[in-house]
Every structure is written in structure tokens, then in C-alpha cells.
Ligand binder design. Structure first.
Ligand code: GTP
Ligand code: MG
Length: 180
């Protein structure tokens, strides 16, 4: 602890550091696999620590840190160094929305206010999944500070790690927001 992300890796000037966070089992590693071009959907092991991938999206080089949900507190210190966040939610698990709000609060408090937050309402293909609009509604009720940060760019995008839907739209938004 105590080191900055940029001191751990030698980043080029155009690279952008993206932290992918969210509760364990929300689908972060599955989504990372999709973003890096893996088309197949299969069970992945829970992440102990983090996975790191560099991907090109629309001409932008993104270094994505996929942090295991059970390890998040160990990495809060790094939030201030991130250029943007991908915050993944299991939309089929309404029972954990309070815990989700608490984790999102950490992102808002520990990061700089001008860092974009792409919130993915994942597992949309499941019949019991809350639609992205409902996830957004619950978050804005639980975290009114989201609405009070005028310089914060954020969206809630529905996705499925199972079939890849919604990911392109979300990543397009993220790259565009990073350019603003
Ligand atoms: N039905 C469905 N299952 C998904 C989806 N995305 C991920 N999963 C499954 O959800 C489980 C957890 O996925 P992971 O990608 O390991 O989740 P994670 O957020 O990386 O979990 P941690 O590493 O523990 O933080 C796995 O069984 C995945 O196959 C999705 O969109 N739909
Ligand atoms: Mg994982």
C-alpha cells in the first residue's frame, strides 16, 4: 500500500487507467474477458487480488484493473489515481443493493469528482433482473450526492456478460467521457 498506480506500471501518455469495481460475483471478470475479445461465456473463478488488461477501444488505450469484489477495501487507496471507473452491479440481486450503494459511495468519496463512472447494470438477460432504469432509480435515491456532483459524468447502462449486450454502448460512452 502507499504506492500510486502510475508507480506500479509505466504508463504511456495516452493510456488511461480504469478501475473496474463492484461486489463479488457481479460479473467484472466476465466483462473484462468480453472487452478483451473473448466471445465465449463460461464460469470464471472469483478474483483474489486483481486482473490487469490493456485494451484498445475506439483508438483509446485503456489499462483496466479488475479488482476482486472481496478485496475492494485493500484498493481504496488507489481510487484517487484512476482516470475512470467501471462499476458493475448484479441486477438480479436486489437484496444486495444497499451494499452496492455503500461501495459506490466509496468510489465517489475516494475519487476525483471529474472522473467518469460507467455503472453497468449487469446480468440483464436473466428474467429476474431489475431493468437499468430501476437500478438507476434505486441508486439516485440511496446516493443523492450522485446528483449533486455537477462535474461528475456517470450513466447506468444495462449489460449482459452472458451475451455481450450493452457493452459496446457503455465502453463508447466511457471513451467519449474520458476525452471530455
Ligand atoms: N447470467 C449471467 N451470469 C453472469 C453474467 N456475468 C457474469 N455472470 C456469472 O456470474 C458469476 C460471477 O462472475 P465474475 O465475472 O466472476 O464476477 P466478478 O465480479 O469478477 O466476481 P469477483 O471476482 O468475485 O469480484 C460467474 O458465474 C459468471 O459466469 C451475466 O451477464 N449473466
Ligand atoms: Mg473477478
Amino acid at each position: 500500500m502507499g504506492q500510486s498506480l502510475s508507480s506500479l506500471c509505466d504508463f504511456g501518455e495516452t493510456e488511461r487507467r480504469i478501475l473496474m469495481v463492484g461486489l463479488d460475483g457481479s460479473g467484472k471478470t466476465t466483462i473484462l474477458n468480453r472487452i478483451r475479445g473473448g466471445a465465449t461465456f463460461h464460469d470464471v473463478e472469483t478474483t483474489n487480488g486483481f486482473n490487469l488488461e490493456t485494451v484498445d477501444v475506439n483508438g483509446a488505450t485503456l489499462t483496466i484493473w479488475d479488482i476482486g469484489g472481496k478485496c475492494l477495501p485493500l484498493y481504496y487507496h488507489y481510487y484517487q489515481d484512476a482516470h475512470a471507473f467501471v462499476f458493475v452491479i448484479d441486477s438480479s440481486d436486489e437484496m444486495r443493493m444497499k451494499q452496492v450503494s455503500m461501495e459506490l459511495t466509496h468510489v465517489l468519496k475516494a475519487s476525483r469528482v471529474n472522473r467518469p463512472v460507467l455503472i453497468l447494470a449487469n446480468k440483464q438477460e436473466l428474467p429476474m433482473a431489475m431493468p437499468a432504469t430501476k437500478v438507476r432509480e434505486q441508486l439516485t435515491q440511496a446516493l443523492p450526492e450522485l446528483l449533486r456532483e455537477p462535474d461528475r459524468q456517470w450513466i447506468v447502462q444495462g449489460t449482459s456478460g452472458a451475451n455481450g449486450s450493452g457493452l459496446d454502448v457503455g465502453m463508447d460512452w466511457l471513451v467519449n467521457a474520458l476525452g471530455n
